[in-house]
Design a protein around this ligand. Sequence first.
Ligand SMILES: [Zn+2]
Ligand SMILES: [Zn+2]
Length: 268
Amino acid sequence: MHAAIPRPPDRPSDRPLDRRLDRSLARVRRRLGGWLDHLAPRACGLCGTALAPSAFPGFCTGCLQDLPGARRARCARCGQPTDTPAPACTACAADDPSPVDATLAAADYAPPLDRVVTALKFGRQLALARPLGELLAARWAGALRVEPLDCLVPVPLAPGRLAQRGFNQSLEMARAMSASLAPAFATLPVLPRRLARLRDTPPQAGLGLSERRTNLLGCFECSGRLDGLRIGLIDDVMTSGSTVAEAARALKAAGAERVVALVAARAA
Ligand SMILES: [Zn+2]
Ligand SMILES: [Zn+2]
């Protein structure tokens, strides 16, 4: 096991009441999760094979072994596949310092994992947030050098998109990641309200990198200070990295010391 994760004297939280509420909800979720596992056994998030109640993460051994790109070498900064593990790929080395200090990608955005992400997001299969969040937890805790984190912040949706979808998949994954780490690790609180997305951006597909960046400029805003915090920024899919970078920029502007992107699927 890893050593306890050092944390700053002030536990990060949105508000004291939220903190108490989040703790209570996490307790209820854990207990309810245990009961539900007995009533309806867990199934692999990919193939539906029954899993032991204590299985972690929520995929069967065969599917875990077949996760696309789960074991490949990646650039430590942006998560793009590389020939050998590297602190920075050619693109990152040539780029201005990115506000994202490191990226941990659980797998590639490729079949069959892309199906799970799509089913969660567009098929409203909310139960799939749990195996994906657990996958992130396993990726983080299983890293050769564990990134110390103080809290998790999900990449937010703009209010219109959130109202349309009814939930933020990244928040649900962050909650699942946090719940699966407690209590073996010091609890990693989720801060769902610190980072806001002010507006929706036009679809990014088909745009160049600089157009993607311009598209996103100033679309995230942080409330309150995050001084000295090491933040795990949670997202389901990372494509060009522009969204995560812009969110990280807002977190850094609010005082965050380090931002580590944790993504379930990395698209090339
Ligand atoms: Zn499976
Ligand atoms: Zn890179």
